[in-house]
Structures are given as C-alpha cells and as structure tokens.
Design a binder for this molecule. Structure first.
Ligand code: ADP
Ligand code: MG
Length: 355
C-alpha cells in the first residue's frame, strides 16, 4: 500500500470524523474516547438503552465491483441506519471495518465523502473501525439510543392492527434489474425494452434514505416494526411468525412511486411486474409496521403537524390488516379476490443468501 494504514485512517476517516463533529457543532456526542485508542468509550444517557446493528456489504454480492465509491460509502451506512430506524432508535455512533484490495486515494476520498454525507445528515459520529487488505468488503456497525423498553420489535402485532409501509415499494428491485439488465418476471432484457427513467430506479437502489424520523415517531405507537430489506412478503412473514398472527395484504394498495407509475403508463413494465417488485424485491429499506387504528390516527396527526406537507419522506400507506391469531400466514387479495399461490405474484419470494 502506498499510503500506510495509519495515514489512510487519519486522512479519510479520523480527520473526516473530526470535521463532521465540528461542522455539526456536536458537543453532546457522548464520546469520551473516539478514534485512536483500542476502544471507543461512550456515555449512554440515563433512561436509555443501546441499540446495536451490523451489516456487511461484499463486492460481487451486495454491490458491483465498479460501483461509484461515493454511493457505496453512503449505502453502507444507510442500510445500518435503516435497522436503527426500524427499532425506533436515535442513531449516535458508527464503526467501520473496511477491507481494500489496494489504496486508491480517489476511491477512498469519494467513499468517505458519501459516508460522511449521510453521517452528517443524522448527526452520527464515526468512533472507530478496522482497516485491512483483501477483497473489497465493508462492514458497518451502527449504535443508537432508545428510551428504556421502548424499542420497536417484530413480535407485537395484534389482531385488528393495520399493516403500513413508508413511501413506495419496488423501485430498488427495479434498479437492480436495470443494473443486471434483466426483468425477472419475463426474462426480457431491459436493453430491448428500455425504461423511461432507469436512473430513478438505480438511485432508489443506491441512495436509499433511512427512515429515522418515522422510526422515532412510531416509538410508543406501532405494535411491531421492521425495515424491508429482503422483500415485503418475506419480511412481513418475520412479523407474523414473531407475533404469532396472520396477515391480509391488499395488493392494489401497495404504494408505487411516481417513476414506477410512469413506466406502467408507458407500458415499459406491466402492473403485475410492478406489484411483483413491490412484493418480493429487496432493497426498499422502507419501514413496515403494524399499528392499532387509534394509534394510526394519532400518528397521522403527528405527521401532519411535523412536516406540514413539506416532505414526502413520511408518506405512509395502509396495505392490509392483521387478521387472526396463530396461523402465521399471509393472504394476498387483489380487489377483494384472493390471489392463489400459483399466481405470478407469488413466484420467487424474497432474498436469501444461501438459496
Ligand atoms: P487495533 O490494532 O487495536 O485494532 P488499529 O490499529 O486497527 O487498532 O486502529 C487504530 C485506531 O483507528 C482505532 O481507534 C480504530 O478504531 C481506528 N480505525 C481503524 N480503521 C478505521 C476505519 N476504517 N474507520 C475509523 N476508524 C478506524
Ligand atoms: Mg487494539
């Protein structure tokens, strides 16, 4: 390595962490000892618990080797912050283990820029990590704080609760299809059936927004919550399994983005394909939660107060209902007609690394 390990850490991570703390005037970071010692030492405020999550991104599995390093830096943090959002935690600290095949300073500076762009947005401090040589991979561990016993879990859904999601579903999966040049449902090449705006879907895949504010708002209101990383159906299955209940999903209520609706109108993809992406595509990183009708009303009042219609990041849609105890299955309906297992929509549910 031309630049040594310690200079590299100093230049692209330690200095950037310092600049970011100064830019945010982050005097209340809770960091007694940050980067530079063998461990970081952190203060957790009274009455709070620590929420900890780790996600790895491996070249060739989670991203293309030639991905823009800015976007890789951004996304490696975004997927971790999304896990904190899902638990209703307030993100505070992050550590970064990075394995690099070689030292490419342009690559490192872009990676660091993307990482800190998002870290600064949510006032998250980089407190340590590890730097090694080998095939490119990134492991981030994010830490947040959550009021004692208030974390949102997968296990609290109750019969009669509404099932909701944030923003829109399916764009990330269509972005991946774009990059792979493969429309999964039909084996059509997207080069032969070009989308109107493929960049919008690639952006959705690579620049996901963690739903931190929504997670904080849901704390004390939602009965269960998780983020959708492996596809709505598979992830809702985790909620029904943990909660011991079953769910009814109304497919026509799935929220689709403006970009997706334009593609459907132009017939570059079909409505069935859009629903399949929304149901089974991964990489949405939207929040999936269950909530009683009464708390849902309060939530909407809070959202209306908070954003006065300014941001669409807090848009939420009811897509179904928790229906009964114990069976732990998911029933799909389209305009009140049951969709059966052999339906196109049910093929290839969700993402599993070992299948
Ligand atoms: P050790 O040998 O004790 O694991 P290192 O020499 O690997 O320590 O790291 C020195 C310091 O730099 C530690 O505080 C560590 O947390 C930090 N560090 C190493 N790599 C990174 C990184 N990629 N980003 C942020 N901090 C890092
Ligand atoms: Mg050590």
């Amino acid at each position: 390595m031309s630049l040594g390990e310690f200079d590299l850490i100093q230049r692209y991570f330690k200095q950037a962490a310092k600049n970011s703390a100064e830019a945010n005037k982050n005097t209340d970071s809770g960091i007694e000892i940050g980067i530079g010692d063998d461990c970081a030492i952190l203060d957790i405020p009274d009455g709070y618990q620590l929420a900890v999550t780790t996600d790895s991104l491996v070249a060739g599995v989670h991203f293309f080797e030639d991905v823009c390093p800015y976007r890789l830096g951004y996304k490696s943090l975004a997927v971790n912050l999304s896990d904190l959002a899902a638990m209703g935690a307030n993100p505070k600290w992050v550590s970064l283990a990075i394995t690099l095949p070689n030292v490419d300073e342009h690559w490192l500076s872009e990676f660091s820029r993307g990482f800190f762009e998002l870290a600064n947005r949510y006032n998250v401090s980089l407190i340590g990590g590890d730097t090694t040589k080998g095939p490119l991979s990134i492991t981030v561990s994010a830490k947040g704080i959550v009021p004692r016993h208030q974390a949102l879990l997968r296990s609290g859904a109750q019969q009669g609760d509404l099932i909701c999601v944030s923003s829109a579903l399916g764009d990330g999966a269509l972005g991946l299809a774009t990059k792979l040049d493969h429309l999964s449902l039909t084996n059509k090449s997207l080069k032969n059936f070009p989308l109107l705006n493929s960049q919008a879907f690639v952006d959705a895949l690579e620049l996901t927004e963690p739903r931190i504010e929504l997670g904080l708002l849901l704390s004390g209101k939602a009965s269960s919550c998780m983020d959708i990383s492996d596809g709505l159906l598979q992830d809702l299955g985790h909620i029904t399994a943990s909660s011991g209940c079953s769910a009814k999903l109304n497919v026509e209520q799935l929220p689709l983005s403006v970009a997706m609706k334009k593609e459907i109108a132009a017939q570059t993809i079909s409505l069935d394909q859009a629903y399949q992406y929304a149901l089974t595509g991964g990489d949405d990183y939207e929040l999936l939660f269950t909530i009683s009708a009464q708390s849902f009303k309060q939530l909407n009042e809070h959202i209306a107060q908070q954003n006065n219609g300014l941001t669409n990041s807090l848009a939420i849609t009811v897509i179904g209902e928790i229906v009964e105890k114990n069976t732990q299955d998911i029933q799909l309906t389209l305009h009140n007609q049951p969709l059966h297992n052999q339906s196109l929509l049910m093929q290839g549910i969700g993402w599993d690394h070992f299948k």
